[in-house]
Design a protein around this ligand. Structure first.
Ligand code: GDD
Length: 322
């Protein structure tokens, strides 16, 4: 059985990837960060057949021990400080976790499991406000990040490419555009909006408070994107790919759509709070995933509308079961 090691296994992507890899016949191992609320430690993966280890990307000794114990065939590095807004409050921690720790991981992997393939969770946030003339971002688009998070991910992206070339390693980047699901953290905009509007519908809360409504995002379903991760790692050549839907919508359109779907008037229940604005906003994302479509034969099964329906239904079900 091939062994996959997932950092960030208890995250949205880590949990969907675990399910997917188990079905593909992998033995799945994962690193769990200690959480002060014990119930939240492994909340997304607790019923899955995975082996977990306490660890922390920035704690190189823990990483060393886990790599030596597992000797993985493939490592999916999904752990990160993944909230763009919060990266402005925690810039040093963000860079330590998202950049320096990746270098540590690459150095340790080189010594302990030199044949292991590595997938790095790279991000469309790396492009910042660069847009090609045709309105898309792709591998050749200049990276011009506008957040500590974006800067940290550019460094990790380049480290993967450098180690791949310098040491002839099977290391790859998936540049994933925004991807959501019912398992998304509730401080990311889609899940915050959907959970809040469903709770307004149920008279549990009265208001939804948001920040910038004008930014545009290319939103896909996390389940579709973990399929792409596996395809990237199993392609015959180590390479980098953009994974996106190729459609973009403003936050405002997404919010209006969810309000309309639940038949609730927007004006009465929505307010803007400056605290959710970022020092510099990434205004527009739309990914060109034609390379993944052509080479990996990957395409998303969901679009923003099917994704929102899945997330609303899941939230209604969750509230019913409380
Ligand atoms: N989180 C949040 N909360 N975002 C808000 C809010 C709010 O109350 N109000 C407006 N927004 C806007 C943000 O300013 C941003 O323009 C947009 O909604 C999306 O925000 P997020 O859902 O937090 O995602 P993100 O685009 O910043 O980052 C996500 O996508 C990246 C890929 O592009 C994260 O998943 C990153 O980890 C990922 O790399």
């Amino acid at each position: 059985m091939k062994k996959a090691l997932i950092t960030g296994i208890n995250g949205q992507d880590g949990s969907y990837l675990s399910e997917y890899l188990i079905k593909q016949g992998y033995q799945v191992h994962g690193i769990l960060r200690r959480h002060s609320v014990a119930e939240n430690q492994d909340v997304r993966i607790k019923d899955m057949d995975v082996k977990t280890y306490y660890g922390e990307l920035t704690d190189e000794i823990s990483l060393f021990k886990i790599l030596r114990k597992v000797k993985p065939d493939v490592i999916y590095n999904l752990a990160a400080m993944s909230h763009v807004g919060i990266s402005n409050e925690l810039p040093i921690f963000t860079v330590k976790t998202n950049s320096l720790a990746v270098m540590q991981l690459l150095e340790l992997a080189k010594e302990i499991c030199p044949e292991a393939k590595i997938y790095q969770a790279s991000s469309s946030e790396m492009f910042g406000n660069s847009i090609d003339k045709d309105g898309f971002q792709r591998l050749s688009t200049t990276m011009n990040p506008v957040s500590p998070y974006g800067c940290s991910k550019v460094m990790a992206y380049n480290l993967i490419r450098y180690y791949r070339n310098a040491y002839n390693k099977f290391y790859c980047n998936g540049i994933l555009f925004n991807h959501e699901s019912p398992r998304r953290g509730s401080n990311f905009v889609t899940n915050k909006v959907i959970k809040s509007i469903v709770m307004i519908k149920k008279n549990i809360i009265k208001k939804l408070e948001l920040g910038n409504l004008d930014s545009m995002r290319d939103w896909g379903h996390s389940k579709d994107y973990v399929r792409a991760m596996h395809l990237i790692v199993n392609h015959k050549k180590a390479d980098d790919f953009v994974i996106a839907t190729g459609e973009t919508r403003s936050v405002k359109d997404m919010v209006n759509y969810v309000f309309a779907k639940l038949s609730i008037p927007v004006k009465k229940h929505l307010s803007i709070n400056k605290k959710y604005f970022r020092p510099e906003e990434l205004k527009y994302l739309k990914g060109d995933c034609s390379k993944a479509k052509k080479i990996l034969k990957w395409k998303p099964k969901n679009n923003i509308k099917s994704l929102i329906k899945i997330m609303i239904d899941a939230e209604l079900k969750r509230l019913k079961n409380i």
